[in-house]
Design a protein around this ligand. Structure first.
Ligand SMILES: Nc1ncnc2c1ncn2[C@@H]1O[C@H](COP(=O)(O)OP(=O)(O)OP(=O)(O)O)[C@@H](O)[C@H]1O
Ligand SMILES: [Mg+2]
Length: 212
């Protein structure tokens, strides 16, 4: 994967950079010798703030690898990754864990909901682990926007696939992250689109000014 997109670094976002995340000359190689696979070969990419960016390409082209590296879930073999102005490549484990927890939201393909927790407990779990109190007003708005207000006491097995997906979306939004990474559902399964309103809400949310 070698495509490159660049966006002006500064622009009408209230003084914050217009780029939420950047990859610079990123190389990711797996294995060694004959089994060595270069999944990312000097990738430059800018992910714009407050917009949707889709990474598309054939199976095995490195989409998941790029996303994992951008989100600090995997290490790179070479190059740099920045979240806003913070270089995350080279951060020690503890700092990286904190950064992922405080500044990044994730929507995983399998949603990764805890079966023993109900919807609202799943939504606030990352903040509970961090010992942070959720912003009640914000949380109510997120829950309302994704249409889960009447399902908050239900556990994942008592929710439909689309509702589970929306719990995962709400969980990613609850802590007001700077950027949200998500993987699409497997191509073999029926797509469950998030309501249009939650999609545009998600874009606006990551765009909103946060106290620094
Ligand atoms: N842990 C690993 N060890 C060795 N090779 C790997 C590993 N993970 C991924 N790869 C290889 O790296 C390449 C990129 O994989 P990646 O999962 O990023 O592809 P993808 O674009 O997400 O594909 P898909 O659309 O099928 O999900 C593939 O050729 C894959 O075989
Ligand atoms: Mg993939």
């Amino acid at each position: 994967m070698t495509s490159a997109v660049t966006i002006p670094r500064h622009g009408g976002t209230g003084g914050r950079t217009a780029v939420a995340a950047r990859a610079r000359q990123v190389v990711k190689a797996y294995g060694s010798g004959e089994t060595r696979v270069v999944a990312l070969d000097h990738v430059d990419v800018d992910i714009a703030r407050g917009q949707f960016t889709a990474i598309m390409g054939p199976s095995g082209s490195g989409k998941s690898t790029l996303m994992h590296c951008l989100a600090g879930l995997d290490t790179v073999t070479g190059g740099q990754i920045y979240l806003d102005e913070t270089e995350i490549t080279g951060l020690k484990d503890k700092k990286l864990t904190q950064l992922r927890r405080d500044r990044i939201g994730f929507i995983f393909q399998a949603f990764n909901l805890l079966p023993t927790l109900n919807a609202i407990e799943n939504i606030t779990l990352p903040m509970d682990i961090a010992g942070r109190k959720p912003d009640k007003q914000w949380l109510a708005r997120v829950v309302e926007t994704v249409g889960l207000a009447d399902r908050l006491k239900h556990r994942p097995t008592q929710l439909s696939g689309g509702q589970q997906q929306r719990v995962a979306v709400a969980r990613a939004l609850a802590a007001r992250p700077e950027i949200i990474f998500g993987t699409s559902r497997p191509e073999t399964s029926t797509p469950v689109p998030a309501p249009r309103s939650s999609a545009s809400f998600a874009a606006r949310s990551t765009n909103s000014a946060r106290p620094s």
